[in-house]
Design a protein around this ligand. Structure first.
Ligand code: CA
Length: 233
């Protein structure tokens, strides 16, 4: 089976059923899980191509699952949240979720978010689909391998979230080009209208802390004051 596997972690049966039904109809292989501990057990056995994760779960909270995943993999995660509180959504994104959707949502919208996240290259790239974009980028003290989603800085392997990696790759593939925060939101998150532009600032700060020798005087990721960011090779 070459189908893209999606794990749906959601304890509310009605939501879980409708989400699984629509994703199944869209051609995905769906694994439906109802509680947090079962999700961790299943993830330890095999990682899916994408996880749809409810934050409020019995036994093990969705945040713990997200943190667990981010310590180990770049599997894209779409967070489901009933919480209207902006800070919760920002928390999810800061913890490395690739997107979020607020309940109640339309199942079609979730399916299109899933497609968008997978298209952006979360981890479900089939062999042979990388094309010209599979080549490693090598700069002074910094190497980026797009296929393995691996970054080496100062001879150390760097642990980046999916979003941090996508941001770095976009900038590094376009050296010296200035990107505004809304361009970065659009190209990396794909949903500029839903996300606070401050999210970009937060991700850039973390990225610098991880890859720069001196994050306060960055060598590669430069701020262009009043405009945005650019990559200096
Ligand atoms: Ca729930």
């Amino acid at each position: 089976m070459n189908a893209t596997r999606i794990m749906v972690v959601e304890d509310e049966p009605s939501v879980s059923e409708v989400v699984s039904l629509y994703l199944g109809k869209a051609g995905y292989d769906v694994i439906s899980i109802r509680n947090g501990q079962a999700a961790l057990d299943e993830l330890e056995k095999e990682l899916p191509h994408l996880v749809v994760l409810d934050l409020m779960l019995p036994e093990v909270d969705g945040r713990e699952i997200l943190a667990w995943l981010r310590q180990r993999s770049a599997v894209p995660v779409i967070v489901l949240t009933a919480l209207r509180d902006e800070s919760d959504r920002i928390d999810g994104l800061e913890m490395g979720a690739d997107d979020y959707i607020t309940k109640p949502f339309s199942p079609q919208e979730l399916v299109s978010r899933v497609r968008a996240v997978l298209r952006r290259g979360g981890g479900a790239t089939a062999p042979g689909q990388e094309g010209d974009n599979s080549q490693s980028l090598v700069y002074e003290n910094l190497q980026i391998n797009p296929v393995m989603r691996l970054v080496i800085a100062q001879s150390r392997e760097i642990d980046l979230t999916a979003k941090e990696f996508d941001l770095l790759l976009l900038l590094a593939r376009n050296p010296k080009k200035v990107f505004t925060r809304s361009q970065l939101l659009e190209q990396v998150w794909g949903l500029s209208e839903y996300i606070d532009p401050g999210t970009v600032t937060v991700h850039m700060r973390r990225l610098r802390e991880k890859i720069e020798v001196d994050p306060s005087d960055p060598r590669h990721i430069e701020t262009v004051w009043g405009v945005g960011y650019r990559f200096e090779p």
